[in-house]
Design a protein around this ligand. Structure first.
Ligand code: 4NP
Length: 164
């Protein structure tokens, strides 16, 4: 949870459905990017799911594997559920993986100006605005999601730092 007294920090919450495939990867990739740019003290970063089925569990092994193939360890992350009573107030940005997540957050009362599609920061957007849910697909789905999230995280950090 971000500390409200730390007004200088930008707080970012990545949101998907289960918080075991896409959003923990987004959290790990964005955290690593922020570290690489020497900006760690300027961000509070977390992820969650709109559903509660996997609360307390670690990321899907396929997400852990694709992350580790790319030099990133996300095995320590634990799933939590989006909290409609506090998260929309505590975070500056609610970054959702797909339009279904977007609709769910708006339905739960999140302010529209805080909710952004992850792929809105992906300049190579091919017409699809969603990060596809790889949960029921094959392993190559996780590679594609990883590439997509990397591009979108870079675009997002560029956008946030340009505004600051
Ligand atoms: P995620 O993928 O939203 O990217 O974490 C899913 C993980 C689990 C389920 C659905 C999507 N599930 O139905 O359990």
């Amino acid at each position: 949870m971000p500390d409200p007294t730390e007004q200088t920090k930008t707080s970012v919450l990545f949101v998907c459905l289960g918080n075991i495939c896409r959003s923990p990867l987004a959290e790990g990739i964005f955290t690593q990017l922020v570290e690489q740019r020497g900006l760690s003290d300027r961000f509070h970063i977390d992820s969650c799911g709109t559903g509660g089925w996997h609360v307390g569990k670690g990321p899907d092994p396929r997400s852990v594997l694709v992350a580790s193939k790319n030099g990133l360890d996300i095995s320590h992350l634990r799933a939590r559920q989006f909290d409609a009573s506090s998260d929309p107030h505590m975070y500056d940005w609610l970054i959702v993986m797909d339009r279904s997540n977007h609709a769910d957050l708006i339905d739960m009362g999140s302010p529209e100006h805080k909710v952004r599609l992850m792929r809105s920061y992906d300049l190579s957007l091919d017409g699809d605005h969603d990060v596809p849910d790889p949960y029921y697909g094959g392993d190559d789905g996780f590679d594609k999601v990883y590439e997509m999230l990397t591009r979108a995280c870079e675009g997002m950090l560029d956008s946030i730092t340009a505004q600051a």
